[in-house]
Design a protein around this ligand. Structure first.
Ligand SMILES: Cc1cc2nc3c(=O)[nH]c(=O)nc-3n(C[C@H](O)[C@H](O)[C@H](O)COP(=O)(O)O)c2cc1C
Length: 174
């Protein structure tokens, strides 16, 4: 049975509505490990050996986060800087992530229209996430199309429940 690691990143997890709901639904799934980076490392002192061990003991990786300034929360950026080291994630012998699917699940305040060429954010979210695509490429991971949960500010409880169900299904299929 394939094991999936869900890395979650949020600046203030207690204040979250959307990511909190997604995390609560993913946590009980069999063969899924939900790993909340900000709760584990509120001081940003990431345990690199532990993180690399987690990556190696799972087959698929999910990164779940709210879009902040067209990118990820800082804790995920710090995680990448600390954990994806030469000789582990890239370089001639850095093959530990090869072949693992990487699925991004990103929640955005803006709706899909806002991320069209005419919209106020101008660029599609998939374009803004290209550094993750490039990271997956360099580390030999299989970058899957990002899954977006958009327009979250005025999202009804009913629609949130539908979005949560969609993400659960996506993660179960990895
Ligand atoms: C610091 C910060 C930066 C944000 N930047 C963006 C952004 O660039 N694009 C966007 O669509 N939403 C942006 N938002 C809105 C968040 O994406 C939104 O609040 C989040 O997805 C809601 O999830 P949560 O309830 O789990 O916090 C930003 C929010 C914060 C706090």
């Amino acid at each position: 049975m394939s094991r999936t690691l869900v890395l979650t990143a949020h600046r203030s997890p207690d204040d979250s509505r959307i990511n909190k709901a997604l995390i609560a639904a993913l946590r009980p799934l069999p063969n899924v490990t939900v790993h909340e980076l900000m709760r584990t490392y509120p001081d940003y002192q990431i345990d690199v050996a532990r993180e690399q061990e987690l990556l190696q003991t799972h087959d698929a990786i999910v990164m779940l986060f709210p879009f902040y300034w067209y990118s990820s929360p800082a804790i995920l950026s710090e995680w990448q800087d600390a954990v994806l080291t030469y000789g582990f994630a890239y370089g001639s012998e850095g093959n530990k992530l090869h072949g693992k699917p990487l699925q991004l699940v990103v929640t955005t305040g803006g709706n899909a229209q806002a991320y069209s060429p005419e919209g106020y954010n101008r660029y599609p979210v998939a374009d803004l996430l290209r550094p993750f695509n490039a990271m997956a490429n360099l580390t030999g991971m299989d970058y899957l199309p990002p899954h977006l949960v958009q327009g979250v500010f005025d999202m009804s409880d009913e629609r949130l429940a539908q979005e949560v169900a969609g993400v659960v299904q996506l993660v179960q299929r990895l």
